[in-house]
Design a protein around this ligand. Structure first.
Ligand code: 5GP
Length: 190
């Protein structure tokens, strides 16, 4: 998406460890105009798919997932991190290694909010190694749902997570794919 690429070029900062900082328009302060444009683009990209729910993980995926769900007129569900003890088996859960925090979280969704047979579109802000999306896919499968596809705002293509999921047969759409950011110079996948 051209407008997103331009915004990244003008405002994103490349931090050490292959982290792209987009706090000024995607993560902490949110540019609602571009958020709406991104959600409209996801609606267009998934026009052929039936979607019953949008699923993300707290916290940074919530704004994008909500905007997408608003466009599709379906509910948005987010997985919580730091799952409370699942002794009574009331949650679907999966371990996810966090790229930004360098530790493994248990992410969890109450069984009340995902049902067998539902077609779920998974959304997140970033796609790097693909661990967050894989954890969410595992939760949808545990619930007996169907993954309608995955969408992210920014994919760092050089980290390989998106292409690995595409090779597994998932429809993965990212609104901007950063192919490299060596020496702070950003290049996008055409
Ligand atoms: P993955 O699980 O695909 O390795 O990483 C995706 C998750 O890590 C996303 O939920 C996102 O919050 C975080 N993340 C990964 N790379 C970046 C990055 O470059 N910048 C920011 N702000 N978050 C990232």
């Amino acid at each position: 998406m051209k407008a997103l690429e331009e915004k990244i070029l003008s405002e994103a900062e490349v931090l050490p460890g292959d982290v792209l900082k987009v706090g000024s328009f995607l993560n902490q302060q949110i540019d609602t105009v571009i958020l709406k444009q991104m959600a409209e683009e996801v609606k267009r990209l998934f026009a052929g798919e039936k979607v019953d729910k949008v699923l993300t993980v707290e916290a940074s995926g919530i704004a994008f997932a909500t905007a997408v769900a608003l466009e599709l007129k379906v509910p948005m569900v987010f997985a919580k991190k730091h799952a409370s003890a699942n002794v009574s088996g009331e949650q679907y859960s999966a371990p996810v290694y966090s790229f930004t925090h360098k530790k493994t979280y248990e992410i969890a969704v109450s069984k009340a909010y995902l049902s067998a047979g539902e077609r779920v579109l998974i959304a997140d802000d970033f796609l790097a190694n693909g661990n967050a999306l894989k954890g969410l896919i595992s939760i949808v499968k545990e619930a007996g749902g169907i993954v309608a596809g995955c969408c992210t705002e920014i994919e760092k293509g050089f980290q390989g997570g998106g292409d690995a999921l595409r090779a597994e047969g998932y429809k993965v759409e990212s609104l901007a794919i950063v192919e490299s950011m060596e020496n702070g110079i950003l290049k996008f996948r055409p």
